[in-house]
Design a protein around this ligand. Structure first.
Ligand code: PEP
Ligand code: CO
Length: 480
């Protein structure tokens, strides 16, 4: 990809080129890469700018404390996850968590999946131990293959086309399930069949059933109300505008079922190729996802990722790790939200249970000082990674809970508010994170460790987490 940048240039989708950039694959076949960027640049957008704007208007409500943001999904999505039965499990767990949150907080939630494009990973080490010899690290299905073969680990440009294709396939499955399978919410997924597990779960399942019942009753009531009025007005063609308004209203009241898409904005050549000028909106949108976030390893102040993202109309997230200083944060916030919009920037803190008390207060203080209306979200996963020898990565459920409670308390003490949560989780019955009611021990980890990258909360841990979260958040939301 060609292009030049000088600090005085205006932003354009390629103005990041030439700036310091990290975590990019080194492709051998540069010619194919260029050809693939050109194909992608002509492909239809995966999402619409209208839906991106719908997300933005719901993010305004999140900022005002009238909605709670639930962002979750795999660390690394796989191309094979685009099959409908796999997507269904993801919808199920996100809907159920959302129902629990809504039932307890009495505010609607806003679901943002790490889905339909979460195919690129930054890595701490360029190599990893795979079945013995060190080999090039897996960087996500969009880059190379997870298979332990040095040939398959080579970055291949054609995988970018596959990333587009499988994102599309996932989106189609997602929309189909959201629109045609409302009952997915009511099915309890599989819990680990461990001795005593069922008994321990009795309470949790009771809470889950209560929440899903409320969700279903509301679904029905809202549908009936719409249907009756819609049929009434359909008799008369003169009332087309009323029908249009009703349809919008209907979509709005059913908005709890919506799942917006998000992924890490990492491979800038790919992201640039999916950037479109939308004349009606006089803006550039990335039409590859509704929201993009910048990872903790690529949020450098004068770096390429910030430069690319700052010109987009999409809402943006940034991961805030423990090395972020208040000065860094101020620059990031002003670069990405220069117009002080309350539906633009999601700050995702991932400080780790041992750092949060030391670091978070000064970050909140600085944002309050500059008066930028950011949305505060906590990712209690990435600061709490542990390695169990020889090479199993895990996270302890109790540390995840503790980072969340400390974060909520710090926000409360500083008259700030936590607006959402960001988690790596799955609807599958896996053994990747330690603890929880399932009592997953280090011994259990290898049994069902299926993650392509970081360890995720299992289905049971996710439901347990949603119950825990809504309990501790309730006092902050019940005053609304
Ligand atoms: C991730 O979200 O998978 C990730 C790599 O996060 P972070 O940038 O916070 O390390
Ligand atoms: Co991760």
């Amino acid at each position: 990809m060609t292009g030049t940048f000088s600090p005085t240039s205006q932003w354009n989708p390629g103005s990041w080129q030439g700036l310091p950039i990290f975590q990019q694959p080194e492709y051998e076949d540069v010619e194919s890469l260029e050809a693939i960027y050109q194909i992608l640049a002509k492909a239809p957008g995966l999402v619409s700018n209208g839906r991106i704007e719908a997300l933005r208007s719901r993010l305004s409500e999140v900022a005002m404390g009238k909605r709670f943001l639930l962002q979750g999904g795999d660390c690394a999505e796989k191309f094979s996850d685009s099959q409908r039965h796999v997507v269904r499990r993801k919808v199920q767990v996100l809907w159920q968590m959302s129902a629990i949150i809504e039932h307890n907080l009495h505010v609607p939630s806003l679901i943002l999946g790490r889905i339909a494009g979460q195919y690129a990973k930054p890595r701490s080490h360029p190599t990893e131990l795979g079945g013995g010899d060190p080999m090039v690290a897996f960087r996500g299905d969009a880059v190379n293959s997870l298979e332990h073969s040095s040939y398959k680990r080579k970055p291949k440009p054609e995988r970018l086309l596959m990333a587009y294709y499988y994102s599309k396939k996932t989106l189609l499955a997602l929309n189909k399930i959201i629109n045609d399978e409302p009952d997915v919410i009511a099915k309890v997924g599989s819990l680990r069949n461990q001795e005593g597990a069922e008994k321990k779960y009795v309470n949790l399942i009771k809470k889950l059933n209560e929440a899903t019942r409320t969700w279903k009753i509301r679904d029905k009531a809202e549908q009936n109300a719409f249907k009756a009025s819609f049929e009434y007005f359909s008799q008369d063609v003169e009332h087309h505008s009323v029908l249009g308004q009703l349809r919008e209203k209907y979509e709005e009241v059913n908005s709890h079922r919506d799942i917006f898409t998000s992924h890490e904005c990492l491979l800038l050549g790919y992201e640039q190729a999916l950037t479109r000028w939308v004349p009606g909106a006089l803006s550039f949108y990335n039409l590859g996802a509704h929201l993009l976030w910048i990872g903790d390893r690529t949020r450098q102040i004068k770096g390429a990722h910030l430069e690319y993202a700052r010109g987009l109309k999409n809402p943006l997230g940034v991961k805030i790790g423990p090395s972020t200083t208040p000065d860094d944060l101020e620059e990031i916030v002003l670069a990405l939200n220069p117009h002080f919009e309350n539906n633009k920037l999601v700050l995702i803190t991932r400080l780790g249970v041992n750092n949060v008390e030391k670091i978070l207060p000064s970050l909140i203080k600085r944002v309050q000082k500059i008066g930028n209306p950011v949305i505060w979200v906590v990712d209690p996963m990435h600061g709490n990674l542990e390695k169990i020898e020889p090479a199993i990565k895990t996270r302890d459920f109790s540390k995840i809970q503790k980072e969340v409670s400390l974060t909520i308390k710090i926000h409360g003490d500083m008259s700030s508010k936590l607006n959402g949560i960001h988690c790596e989780l799955t609807g599958e019955d896996v053994t990747e994170c330690l603890g929880g009611l399932e009592g997953i021990s280090t011994k259990c980890l290898p049994q069902k460790y299926n993650s392509a990258c970081d360890p995720r909360l299992s289905y049971g841990q996710s439901i347990e987490f949603a119950c825990f979260l809504s309990e501790i958040l309730r006092p902050m939301y019940s005053t609304l």
